[in-house]
Write a protein that binds this ligand. Structure first.
Ligand code: ZN
Length: 82
């Protein structure tokens, strides 16, 4: 399963709990396969920044993990760049 399929599955299983959602930011708690993570997607000037507390995202800082992809899908902000 790739990251996009995992993201869709987590959404379908109700593993994404939205804390904040408006035009400027989306914050959520995501229950992943190996832990529960905090995801923040927010606008910073012209950019949309995405952060997740999982080890994958911290190690590959420029890559969106499945948690970020899941939150970005339900966010009012721009989708993640591929
Ligand atoms: Zn993550």
């Amino acid at each position: 399963m790739n990251r996009y399929e995992k993201a869709a599955l987590m959404l379908a299983q109700g593993r994404v709990r939205v804390l904040v959602a408006d035009e400027e930011s989306t914050s959520a708690v995501v229950v992943g396969d190996h832990g529960t993570y905090r995801v923040d997607v927010y606008r910073d000037g012209m950019e949309v920044l995405m952060e997740c507390s999982c080890p994958y995202h911290r190690f590959y800082t420029r890559r969106e993990c499945s948690h970020i992809i899941a939150v970005a899908k339900i966010s009012n902000l721009a989708p993640p760049a591929r």
